[in-house]
Ligand binder design. Structure first.
Ligand SMILES: *[C@@H]1O[C@H](CO)[C@@H](O)[C@H](O)[C@H]1NC(C)=O
Ligand SMILES: *[C@@H]1O[C@H](CO)[C@@H](O)[C@H](O)[C@H]1NC(C)=O
Ligand SMILES: *[C@@H]1O[C@H](CO)[C@@H](O)[C@H](O)[C@H]1NC(C)=O
Ligand SMILES: *[C@@H]1O[C@H](CO)[C@@H](O)[C@H](O)[C@H]1NC(C)=O
Ligand SMILES: *[C@@H]1O[C@H](CO)[C@@H](O)[C@H](O)[C@H]1NC(C)=O
Ligand SMILES: *[C@@H]1O[C@H](CO)[C@@H](O)[C@H](O)[C@H]1NC(C)=O
Length: 260
């Protein structure tokens, strides 16, 4: 009898866990439905014909799920280059297992929703070549401890780079070229030893580069800052960034360094 009730106890726990995962998985579906609902143009009809509720979301085009059966959660979303027009809905913050988001080469417009900061597993964000506007809110940068790659190039984003960028301890790529960012580049960025690529070209950044910038940026391989309003000399310590080579241009207004 005791054994029986123990079995029932275990069964109850198992059902609760299963229920938890299926509830959370349907949260993923709600998030994807919200994304679909915000798309005002979907030229080849990819999403409207493919993202239908009678098939599992894991079979939807651009959607990848985790491999463990009980955690069939969305881990990657790749909607790049699909000719999509629309806004990014706040519900994207419910895709809690997302590690990779690629919305590049579309016509997404409006702001990047701050709800994205809830995505604690997010490692790669590619949103280049869209029409995104607004700023990088400090909140957006504060809470994503896994972020390695942020590519927002070719949009219409403005404002400055928040100091909190320094909280992203895993950050390797910061690609913000061809936007309308301005202001000083925060010192915290030059303190981030994980960084490999910094692309800030064609914005309105100003100020000078810290003379000791290469003391921390030991892994820097790509450094493009041309087409801004920087002043002053190229730091004499630039040679300490040992991975950098080929100074394509030599003046502060046209700095572009390639990796070896
Ligand atoms: C899914 O449902 C739609 C109608 O909602 C139907 O037209 C379509 O044939 C169904 N697809 C499959 C694969 O069952
Ligand atoms: C959606 O597209 C994927 C390939 O991207 C395909 O495997 C799947 O069968 C499609 N589903 C429907 C319902 O069209
Ligand atoms: C962005 O919007 C402008 C008009 O506001 C339009 O001319 C341009 O083609 C759009 N770019 C993209 C990549 O959608
Ligand atoms: C950033 O994203 C854009 C759009 O996808 C791409 O063209 C570009 O190569 C990327 N840049 C880097 C440095 O990854
Ligand atoms: C984030 O960065 C800011 C400014 O650099 C700092 O004051 C704050 O304590 C940091 N927050 C965390 C959680 O590390
Ligand atoms: C840079 O990092 C060091 C330690 O890693 C810290 O003491 C210093 O305050 C940081 N400076 C800035 C400007 O974040």
């Amino acid at each position: 009898m005791e054994r029986m009730s123990f079995f029932i106890f275990k069964l109850t726990i198992a059902l609760m866990i299963l229920n938890f995962y299926s509830v959370s998985a349907s949260e993923d579906q709600h998030a994807l439905d919200a994304i679909k609902a915000q798309i005002t143009m979907d030229p080849p009809g990819l999403l409207s014909t493919n993202w239908t509720s009678n098939a599992s979301i894991c079979t939807w085009t651009g959607v990848s799920c985790g491999s463990r059966v009980k955690t069939q959660r969305v881990i990657a979303l790749d909607l790049s280059d699909m000719g999509l027009v629309g806004r990014i809905p706040p519900q994207i913050g419910s895709l809690s297992f997302l590690t990779s988001l690629d919305l590049s080469h579309n016509s997404f417009h409006g702001p990047i929703p701050p709800e994205m900061m809830q995505l604690r597993h997010l490692e790669r964000v590619y949103m280049g070549h869209n029409n995104l506007t607004g700023t990088l809110s400090p909140l957006f940068l504060d809470k994503m401890p896994s972020l390695k790659s942020l590519n927002l190039s070719y949009n219409s984003l403005n404002g400055n780079i928040p100091e909190e960028i320094g909280n992203l301890s895993e950050l390797q790529d910061l690609v913000l070229n061809n936007n309308q960012f301005s202001g000083l580049v925060p010192q915290t960025l030059f303190n981030q030893s994980s960084i490999r690529r910094i692309l800030l070209s064609f914005n309105s950044f100003s100020g000078t580069l810290p003379d000791d910038m290469c003391d921390q940026l030991v892994k820097l391989r790509l450094f493009f800052i041309s087409g801004n309003k920087f002043t002053g000399p190229i730091p004499s310590s630039i040679n300490k960034c040992r991975q950098l080579r080929y100074p394509c241009q030599q003046t502060i207004s046209t700095v572009a360094y390639q990796w070896k």
